[in-house]
Ligand binder design. Structure first.
Ligand code: FAD
Length: 434
């Protein structure tokens, strides 16, 4: 009899964890196949530090083949699932079609940037959901400040040195907090031709970090304003143009940089599967099983997982939940092979950590609010512990950043057209073939 096959689509927090556990526990019973467009797991929470030139891009990646020796990696992007035939259709990095039959399927394809129907945003804004966008932003900031320094047109200089971040959740807040430090560091090294970087952070909500504890919001707000970030709450964008942004109060802000951090929506594959969804996320039961399909599981951002600690609600889209859901999925699949008992997913939030750059952070580990240096130390320590690999290199980059100036060079390898906001694949650079 041939071995059973478990296909895991998506090697992020949830899929990577599931593959890591399953490749140990069910190795004798089943082949574990991981389908992912890239050959690495991406530690998304440190992406703002890539955009700010603190971490080199490879630092926030962990090799899949290097760390999952008993898992078969198939490079590709799932494009559809045939539930009756138990088959996943995918496209490989060279555009060739492929298919994988499964006995058990785990859908852990994560999420993509959320768009809002605001004129001009899809054309002029750039998202922040993948490594290509972080690389693009790093280069873009350097380039804009260099161009600002070499123009004699005061208006153009002001527009090029203005950066508008929309969305003050943890992603937008970290991007603005790190971005302002990065831009200041770059201008210190330019020839001082009146370039004064200006960062704006907008959110329709009444406070920054609206989804987190108010004490974290206050800390973040204080740090941002002290650094000169123009924080505008209760405000949104009415229109984006090539030369600036029109705010909903009628003010026009000249800029070449609109960074879209308004949140995420599940990967479009979820809708294509044709199973019931809840706000775009695939419905699962407390065991992370898709109802009426005992062979299909879903977890992470892509799944609407009932939150047993808050009845009637679903678990938020965070790495904290995705990582633990990956473990639950692995246990429940192993249970189907007679290895242990299946268990319901239940996790009490353990607080959050928002890195604000330098020694600053806002954190509430186990709901104890921290700010300043203790928060900074806890946040960085937490990331080092949470990363499944590459810790020494990350720590080395942090050390280097503390003792050497940031490198103000733009390699220009990821251009604006390669990272459209409206994409189902933020992990990939769009090439002319696409
Ligand atoms: C900039 C940023 C900072 C963040 N900071 C934090 C933080 O500090 N703390 C926190 O808790 N959360 C944070 N989050 C949220 C957290 O990263 C996500 O909730 C988490 O990554 C979700 O895990 P996942 O496994 O569902 O998806 P992901 O980790 O996104 O993984 C999805 C995987 O699926 C792959 N994939 C996508 N489509 C397909 C397809 N069609 N076929 C095959 N594979 C596919 C992707 O390439 C990826 O490898 C942050 C998010 C961002 C963007």
């Amino acid at each position: 009899m041939s071995r059973s096959r478990i296909v895991i689509a998506g090697a992020g927090f949830a899929g990577y964890r599931a593959a890591r556990i399953l490749s140990r526990t069910v190795r004798k019973h089943a082949e574990v196949v991981l389908l992912n467009p890239t050959d690495y797991f991406l530690y998304l929470p440190l992406l703002p530090q890539v955009a700010a030139g603190i971490l080199e891009p490879r630092r926030v990646t962990v090799s899949l083949t290097g760390t999952l020796p008993h898992t078969r990696l198939v490079l590709g992007e799932a494009g559809g699932v045939d539930l009756d035939a138990r088959r996943v259709h995918y496209t490989d990095p060279e555009g060739r079609a492929g298919e994988l039959d499964y006995d058990t399927l785990v859908l852990s394809v994560g999420s993509v940037s959320r768009l809002l129907p605001i004129p001009g945003v899809a054309e002029h804004a750039r998202g922040f959901r993948g490594l290509p966008e972080a690389l693009y932003l790093r280069d873009h900031i350097v380039r804009q400040l260099e161009l600002a320094a070499h123009t004699d047109d005061a208006e153009e200089r002001r527009a090029r040195s203005t950066f508008v971040v929309v969305g003050a959740g943890y992603t937008g807040t970290e991007v603005a907090a790190h971005g302002t430090m990065f831009a200041d560091a770059i201008t210190r090294h330019t020839d001082g031709r009146g370039v004064t970087p200006r960062w704006m952070l907008l959110d329709i909500a009444p406070r920054v970090l609206p989804e987190l504890d108010e004490r974290l919001s206050r800390t973040a707000d204080r740090v941002l304003r002290k650094r000169g970030v123009d924080v505008r709450t209760g405000m949104s964008v009415k229109e984006a143009r090539h030369d600036g942004v029109l705010l909903d109060n009628g003010e026009f802000v000249p800029t070449r940089s609109l960074i879209w951090c308004v949140g995420v929506r599940p990967d479009p594959l979820v809708a294509d599967v044709g199973l019931p969804t809840e706000r775009g996320r695939l419905c699962v039961d407390r065991y992370l099983n898709v109802p009426d399909h005992p062979e299909v599981f879903a977890c992470g951002d892509a799944a609407a997982v009932p939150d047993l600690t808050r009845p009637g609600q679903f678990t938020p889209m965070t790495a904290q939940h995705a990582w633990r859901q990956g473990k639950t999925v692995a246990h429940n699949i192993a249970a189907a092979f007679g290895l242990g008992e299946r268990r319901a997913y239940e996790h009490h939030d353990r607080g959050f950590a928002v890195d604000l750059g330098g020694t600053k952070a806002a954190a509430n580990p186990f709901h104890v609010p921290l700010s300043g240096l203790p928060a900074g130390a806890v946040t960085r320590g937490y990331h080092l512990m949470a990363m499944p690999g590459n810790r020494v290199r990350v720590a080395a980059d942090w050390l280097l950043d503390a003792v050497t100036p940031r490198q103000a060079v733009q390699l220009g390898m990821v251009r604006a057209g390669s990272v459209p906001l409206d994409t189902a694949s933020p992990e990939l650079v769009r090439t002319p073939r696409d």
